[in-house]
Design a protein around this ligand. Structure first.
Ligand SMILES: Nc1ncnc2c1ncn2[C@@H]1O[C@H](COP(=O)(O)OP(=O)(O)OP(=O)(O)O)[C@@H](O)[C@H]1O
Ligand SMILES: [Mg+2]
Length: 496
């Protein structure tokens, strides 16, 4: 039985959007009630971000209609959206890194009366309450470039709040937020909701959906597969709507080599110190998946930087047999050339092998990439398309493809399933197992503890740059890992 008394606040009907031959949205419909938190779900490339951009006026639709409180509206530009009270936090954040926090908030903001002089004190007074609301306690005159990704995400949310949005579109807002920052966002969402703000929440994280959302709409291949009341549904039903079939969750792989004691490690770190790490010691064996847990700033990514020579090792030793590949945490800043093609980005690390006398052998390049793309279920309009045109999850897969082609002896994966849909996650888990099975040593950083528990043979926990605990897969639990990560049970940690 549906509830007819709750009016629909925003309605989008039969929205269509094509990019060349790709149909990003195919007569998709979506409606939003006042004061609800509405999840928008779907596999990578299903059209979630495209729909959000259309509602925010930054992408024009090819067809369909939008109405607000029953009256048809035209949202032809971001300014139109702002006037209608629609704010957005894009999946790929749109900040001006060289401008200050305050400037990023007031630029193009209809609620900040510019006048002839922009007095810094006025800017500060305007921005302070919104920075405060999101918990960004920083000097508003710092350049945005000084912020971490998580902090940038908060800044963009503050900006949307300052535009007095009645409808807030959040496109994977927690993909770079950890622990306390994500908690703060959930509290903020509850406050906004109680003030009657409607929120569209795009996420791949099932636990978040069940925690904060009232309804969920699932897109599949650009069309609406269904809308459900969250309290009356199950993860299994949502997955079925997303992928159109029951999903076989890949079982956990059998643990690697039995005779580890007799074997030489692939990599040994002894008392490794860098600017951000203190006395970190561990071994990695062939065919092993070693998990790294820890809060943001605990040294997880710093470990990748130390192992791959990006951070200087100040004392201690690192020995390894074979090359180390790194899948970085921030694909935009450290990994992808957004304007270059899928092919160029994927084959960047193996150009030496694929070229002769300085000429790149394109035929060979494509024939090597094809099976890797199939293995990852990477979908893109064409190999020549710039990666900026790919959905967020498929961009991540291009980076993974790069390292699969390179086939390094050791692979450091820094949060590889961030922004990856639930079916593709299964592909990546399977891939990790396959790589381990042929002897690759894998180091897996993840903020999702169930992921670590499912994929790893051993798990190390970092806290403030030090090794706080180490667990064999069989003895690790979420609780033990969290305790070590937050140092609650510091004395329970085994000596390293
Ligand atoms: N600027 C563009 N040019 C060409 N194709 C595009 C462009 N933007 C999106 N697409 C295509 O439209 C489809 C939908 O993409 P969209 O970004 O909306 O997916 P999504 O559901 O947000 O996925 P993800 O979960 O990976 O973020 C994809 O096939 C994508 O490649
Ligand atoms: Mg998206």
């Amino acid at each position: 039985m549906h509830n007819v008394s709750l009016p629909e606040h925003l309605q989008a009907v039969a929205i269509t959007k094509r990019y060349g031959g790709v149909c990003a949205l195919n007569a998709a419909s979506f409606s939003l009630r006042a004061g609800e938190v509405h999840a928008l779900m779907g596999e990578n490339g299903a059209g979630k971000s495209t729909l959000a951009r259309i509602l925010a006026g930054s992408t024009p639709a090819d067809g369909g209609s939008i109405s607000l409180d029953g009256a048809p509206v035209r949202i032809a530009s971001p300014l139109d959206a702002q006037r209608l009270g629609i704010g957005i936090v894009y999946q790929e954040l749109d900040l001006f890194p060289h401008l200050t926090l305050a400037e990023n908030i007031v630029i193009g903001n209809l609620h900040f009366p510019e006048g002839q002089w922009i007095a810094p004190s006025r800017m500060r007074a305007f921005c302070a309450p919104f920075l405060d609301q999101v918990g960004l306690h920083m000097d508003p005159f710092l350049p945005a470039a000084a912020l971490s990704i998580g902090q940038r995400q908060l800044l963009v949310i503050a900006r949307a709040l300052s535009m007095d949005a009645r409808i807030l579109l959040l496109d994977e807002p927690t993909s770079s937020l950890f622990d306390d920052a994500a908690e703060r966002l959930f509290a903020l969402i509850a406050t906004l909701k109680s003030r009657g703000v409607s929120i569209v929440y795009v996420s791949h994280k099932m636990d978040e959906i069940f925690r904060i959302c009232d309804r969920a709409t699932v897109l599949r291949d650009g069309a609406t597969a269904g809308t459900v009341e969250v309290p009356h549904t199950t993860p299994a039903e949502l997955i079925r709507l997303m992928v159109g079939r029951e999903l076989q969750l890949a079982p956990r792989g059998m643990s690697s080599p039995a005779s580890r004691n007799s074997e030489e490690p692939l990599l040994t770190a002894s008392n490794l110190c860098t600017a951000k790490l203190k006395n970190v010691s561990f071994d990695l064996y062939r065919g092993e998946v070693l998990g790294i847990a820890g809060l943001v700033g605990s040294g997880r990514s710093a470990l990748g930087a130390a192992l791959t020579g990006m951070d200087r090792i100040t004392s201690g030793t690192l020995t390894h047999a074979g090359a180390i590949g790194l899948l970085p945490e921030d694909r935009r800043l450290q990994g992808l050339m957004m304007r270059m093609s899928v092919l160029e980005n994927a084959t960047l690390a193996v150009l030496g092998r694929l070229s002769r006398f300085g000429w790149i052998r394109r035929q060979e390049e494509q024939s090597e990439l094809a099976p890797v793309m199939r293995r990852l279920a990477l979908t893109c309009p064409s190999l020549a398309a710039p990666v900026s045109q790919l959905s967020g999850g498929n961009q991540q897969k291009v980076l993974l493809a790069r390292w699969l082609l390179r086939n390094p002896a050791i692979l450091f994966l820094d949060d590889p399933t961030r922004g990856i849909d639930i079916a593709a996650k299964q592909d990546i888990y399977r891939l990790i197992q396959e790589l381990a099975a042929v002897g690759t040593g894998l180091i897996l950083v993840s903020s999702e503890l169930p992921e670590l528990l499912r994929c790893c043979d051993r798990i190390l926990v970092l806290h403030e740059g030090r090794l706080a605990a180490r667990f064999a897969a069989a003895e690790a639990t979420q609780e033990k890992i969290m305790n070590a990560a937050t140092n609650v049970a510091a004395n329970a940690a085994q000596p390293c």
